[in-house]
Write a protein that binds this ligand. Structure first.
Ligand code: ZN
Length: 386
């Protein structure tokens, strides 16, 4: 069995193949809202896992691409580890024309290269290596790649949760954090609310006093909402969009905002929900309506998650690099699995920058060590092993 440095070298020698597979995936665009496109990249990925001996199962989705489950058996009868990720991206079809998949000064650029097609290539590389080194997998694995993560995972969440409950641990190959590639041991929970004010329309000149101005009322409510922010607790509310009014000379009957809510602690969810739902109009003649709710629970850094991070940090240290951990505001499907109490380590994917932006890219020189880290975790003593 190769020692840690030899393993790193093994992946360094295969860097070109890893990059080529990332490129193949990036060159098939896969926006969440285009089923055909997403299914195309799903088929390519499935064929790679099938070539490694995985059993393919597509979970059909009507409005999104199908979700891909791949099961790998092992003679060692333990609970599987779940490798989790997604192959949809935020970029509409045609983005490749302005943002081609290109190698520039050690970075591979392109839509979805960092979030998270490089993470999928790392999964493939790690599984292939384990088979080469051991002739078999050191434990059963389930890969689950969803097609709707960038739009909230509504059609895949239930499957993710079922698979997580059967697993000893969940390793999420979403992008790592920062230039040093920290893994993510905590993520905020996310809520999505809408507040709508209904007032009374009137001619702004002839009937001013008969009107009830929905925009003025909404402005009052926005000030109240902003006061719910508690940075010390990691609780934030951000008014993201605003709409209202029809014409300058009409007292507006309607106005609304959408509010992004982030919580670091699950116990804050009910409190903030209640505060939003019990907002009272300042102008009694206006009516308030609150809709929406929490979408993803927070991933809180439990003892089991800390142990999993320790395991990863030790593997990294054996290869002479330091792996940091980070708590981030963004969510992933790891939020769902962590909230079920399943040890979850996130941010195991590529090192790069510019997710969801025109300069999205991944650092090629970091790919071998990320693959080696993932392989090491899969064959190591996952703390919850049974
Ligand atoms: Zn992602």
């Amino acid at each position: 069995m190769p020692n840690p440095k030899e393993r790193l070298r093994y992946f360094q020698e295969r860097e070109k193949q890893i990059v080529q597979f990332i490129r193949d995936m990036v060159e098939i665009e896969s926006p969440s809202d285009n089923k055909q496109a997403v299914d195309r990249v799903g088929a390519l990925i499935a064929s790679r896992f099938e070539g490694l001996g995985g059993r393919i199962k597509f979970h059909r989705a009507t409005n999104f691409g199908d979700h891909l489950q791949v099961d790998f058996e092992s003679p060692h009868k333990e609970k599987p580890v779940l490798l989790l990720g997604h192959y949809d991206t935020v970029y509409p079809l045609g983005t490749l024309a302005q943002m081609p998949c290109q190698l520039r000064s050690g970075h591979l650029h392109g839509p979805g290269v960092y979030d998270m097609k490089s993470g999928i290539a790392l999964m493939v590389a790690a599984i292939e290596a384990l088979k080469t080194w051991h002739g078999e997998l050191p434990r059963p694995l389930t890969v689950f790649l969803v097609s709707d993560e960038e739009v909230g995972s509504n059609s895949s969440r239930a499957i993710t949760e079922i698979l997580a409950k059967k697993s000893a641990a969940v390793l999420v190959c979403e992008p790592s954090y920062g230039p040093r590639g920290a893994v993510k041991t905590a993520r905020k929970g996310i809520g999505d609310y809408r507040l709508k004010v209904t007032g009374k329309a009137a001619h702004a000149g002839l009937d001013f006093e008969k009107g009830q101005n929905a925009i003025v009322e909404l402005a009052e409510q926005i000030r109240k909402i902003s006061k719910f922010v508690d940075l010390k607790r990691g609780l934030t509310l951000s008014v993201g969009t605003i709409q209202g009014g029809t014409r300058v000379n009409v007292v507006p009957v309607e106005a609304s905002v959408t509010v992004d809510v982030r919580i670091a602690h699950m116990k804050d969810a009910a409190g903030i929900d209640r505060k939003l739902r019990t907002l009272k109009p300042a102008n009694r003649k206006c009516k308030l309506e609150v809709s929406g709710g929490m979408n993803r629970p927070p991933m809180e850094r439990t003892k089991k998650i800390a142990e999993l991070y320790q395991e990863a940090a030790t593997i990294a240290k054996e290869m002479a690099w330091k792996l940091d951990e980070a708590a981030v505001g963004g969510g992933s499907d790891g939020n769902f699995t962590a909230a079920l109490g399943i040890p979850t380590l996130d941010g195991l994917g590529g090192v790069g920058e510019g997710a969801h932006s025109p300069h999205e890219s991944v650092d090629i020189s970091a790919l071998p060590r990320r693959a080696a880290l993932l392989a090491g975790l899969l064959e190591g003593e996952i703390p919850d092993k049974r």
